[in-house]
Design a protein. Structure first.
Length: 236
């Protein structure tokens, strides 16, 4: 399988308040590694990786304590209050480092450590010649309900056309940078890179990934992460 070379952006400036932990969730330790280290490991082993920018909170005191912080392919920038600001700052840093506007950039959540290598390769190969780019996603499995302000069901939504967005999300550096900058300038709410591209008039391609590629958000997610890491270890 031929995959294009790519840059990686990891927005890691969030605090993860729903985790109710004493440090940002990406620095919680599972199996003797932080979640952020586990997240980075899949990409650092990839031969097509050109470099990584990690966007950190301004007063982050945890990153410098990690061994991976010294990796030659990783640089850091100060992130913003919103994800879009963090990603935009990272894209600007890539440009300053010599990345070109038509280079592929992948954006991946800092607390999404269960990405499988073959899902990553599928995304890269499927989108290698795509004019827009796209994202990993999974089709909705459960019955979906639309509710009103009082919490009552208004209607049942056709789940066959609903997909849950995952990361990585893969776009050309220049197009994504413009989409994010314009969205921030006009104060349009974008929750991921795909939504910024959609707002800019593009139609990203969906590539099916594994549902196990979850974002660690709540305490119970740590148990799932531990079980998946144990399964991987036992299969080696």
């Amino acid at each position: 399988m031929t995959t294009p070379s790519f840059w990686l952006v990891i927005p890691a400036a969030g605090i993860g308040s729903r985790m109710q932990a004493q440090c940002p969730k990406q620095y919680l330790t599972v199996s003797n590694k932080t979640i952020l280290e586990l997240t980075l490991s899949c990409f650092l082993a990839h031969p097509s990786l050109r470099g990584i920018v990690v966007a950190l909170a301004e007063h982050d005191s945890w990153w410098s304590q990690l061994k991976v912080a010294e990796h030659r392919l990783i640089q850091t920038v100060v992130g913003g209050a919103e994800r879009a600001e963090s990603v935009l700052n990272a894209l600007l840093a890539l440009h300053e480092s010599g990345a070109q506007s038509d280079d592929w950039v992948l954006v991946h959540d800092a607390a999404r450590p269960l990405l499988e290598r073959d899902d990553l390769d599928r995304l890269l190969s499927r989108l290698a010649d795509d004019p827009v780019g796209g994202l990993l996603a999974v089709p909705a499995r459960d019955t979906l309900k639309q509710i009103d302000a009082s919490g009552r069901v208004v209607k049942t939504i056709d789940r066959s056309v609903i997909w849950q967005a995952l990361t990585p999300q893969m776009f050309k550096l220049g197009q994504l940078q413009r989409a994010l900058a314009d969205a921030l300038q006009t104060e349009v709410a974008v929750t991921d890179e795909s939504s910024a591209m959609e707002w800019a008039g593009f139609s990203p391609q969906v590539v099916e990934g594994r549902s196990s590629n979850i974002k660690i958000t709540r305490p119970e997610d740590l148990l799932f992460l531990q079980s998946q890491l144990s399964l991987r270890s036992s299969s080696l």
